[in-house]
Design a protein around this ligand. Structure first.
Ligand code: ADP
Length: 288
C-alpha cells in the first residue's frame, strides 16, 4: 500500500504513521525526520536545509526531491510506503506523480488529517521527542508512563523539544501550510485519491478512523495479535521475509531489481521519462 498522509504541523501524521508501520509492515518516509537527521550529521544537505527549517519555511524542492528519489529507490519500499510530510506543495506533488509513474507504483490513497488551529498549537507546544529512540510524546495528552524506559538505553526517555516548535516558528509553519500545502487537497481530490479524517480527539480513535479510511489492508499482519498478547507488541514485519520469499528472491535477482529501480529513478531525475520535466524547479515553476 502506497499512501500519503497530509495535514498541518501537529495534526498527528507522524504518530499515526508510526502506528501504521507496525500494522501494515511498510516503512514511514518522513522528509522532516530525514532533514533533521541530515542537520544532526552536519552534511551539506543538512547545512543547506537548516536555515529554512529554523525559520519554519519549506526547504528547497530540489533538496527534498533528491532525498525522496533516493529513499524510494531502496528495496524496503517495494511493498509500499507511508509518505509523511511530503509532498508539501504542488511542485512536489507533480514531481512525485511523475516519479511513481516511472516506477509503476502509483499512490493508493491520500489521507487528509483535519484538526482545528487552536488544537494544533496546543499539540505542538506539548510535543517532546526521545533523543535516543526517537519516539514522539505529548506532555498534555500522551506523556511517557512513569515506569516506562527507552528501548535504546534502558533508562528513562530523554525528552527534547524540537527547535522549530517555538511560538514564532509554529505560526510561520501553519501559515506556510495554508498557503503551499492546503492546495494539495484539491489536487488529490481531483485524482480520486483523497480521504479525509477527523484527527481531533483520542489518539486510538484517530487510528481507528485512519484504518477505516484505508480499508482492509490495515488489519494487523498475521501473528501480530499473538505477539501482542505475549507482550512482544506488534513488531514491524517488513524486515522478516517469509522463507518462501527468501527462496524466490535470490541475491542476484534482488540486485538486478535494485539496479533497474535506480536507473528509472535517475532517468526521471534527468527528465528522460516521456512525461518527465526536470524535478525540483522551485516553487515558481509550476509543472504541467
Ligand atoms: P511538521 O509537519 O510538524 O512541520 P516536519 O517534521 O514534517 O514537521 O517538518 C519540519 C520542517 O522540515 C518543515 O518546517 C520544513 O522546513 C522541512 N520540511 C519537511 N518536509 C518538507 C518538504 N516536503 N518540503 C520542504 N520542506 C520540508
Amino acid at each position: 500500500m502506497r499512501i500519503v498522509l497530509l495535514g498541518a504541523p501537529g495534526s498527528g501524521k507522524g504518530t499515526q504513521a508510526q502506528r501504521l508501520v507496525e500494522r501494515a509492515g511498510i516503512p514511514q518516509i518522513s522528509t522532516g525526520d530525514l532533514l533533521r537527521a541530515a542537520v544532526a550529521r552536519g552534511t551539506e544537505l543538512g547545512r543547506q536545509a537548516r536555515e529554512a527549517m529554523d525559520g519554519g519555511r519549506l526547504v528547497e524542492d530540489s533538496l527534498v526531491l533528491g532525498m525522496i528519489r533516493e529513499r524510494l529507490g531502496e528495496p524496503d519500499t517495494r511493498r509500499g510506503f507511508i509518505l509523511d510530510g511530503f509532498p508539501r506543495n504542488l511542485a512536489q506533488a507533480h514531481a512525485l506523480e511523475r516519479l511513481l509513474e516511472a516506477l509503476q507504483q502509483p499512490l493508493d490513497a491520500v489521507v487528509q488529517f483535519e484538526v482545528d488551529y487552536r488544537e494544533l498549537v496546543r499539540r505542538i507546544s506539548g510535543r517532546r521527542t526521545c533523543a535516543d529512540c526517537g519516539r514522539v510524546f505529548n506532555m498534555l495528552t500522551s506523556p511517557p508512563a512513569a515506569s516506562e524506559s527507552c528501548p535504546k538505553t534502558g533508562a528513562p526517555h530523554r525528552l527534547t523539544q524540537r527547535p522549530d516548535d517555538n511560538e514564532a516558528t509554529v505560526a510561520e509553519r501553519l501559515r506556510v501550510y495554508d498557503e503551499k500545502t492546503r492546495p494539495l487537497i484539491d489536487f488529490y481530490r481531483a485524482r480520486g485519491l483523497l480521504r479525509v479524517i477527523d484527527a481531533a480527539g483520542d489518539v486510538n480513535e484517530v487510528t481507528r478512523r485512519l484504518a477505516q479510511a484505508l480499508g482492509a489492508p490495515l488489519r494487523a499482519p498475521r501473528g501480530a495479535k499473538r505477539r501482542a498478547r505475549k507482550g512482544a507488541g506488534a513488531r514491524p514485519t517488513h524486515h522478516k521475509p517469509t522463507r518462501k520469499r527468501a527462496v524466490r528472491q535470490s541475491p542476484g535477482k534482488l540486485a538486478r531489481r535494485k539496479r533497474a529501480v535506480a536507473r528509472k529513478v535517475r532517468a526521471v531525475g534527468r527528465g528522460k521519462s516521456p512525461r518527465a520535466t526536470p524535478a525540483g524547479r522551485g516553487l515558481k515553476g509550476r509543472p504541467r
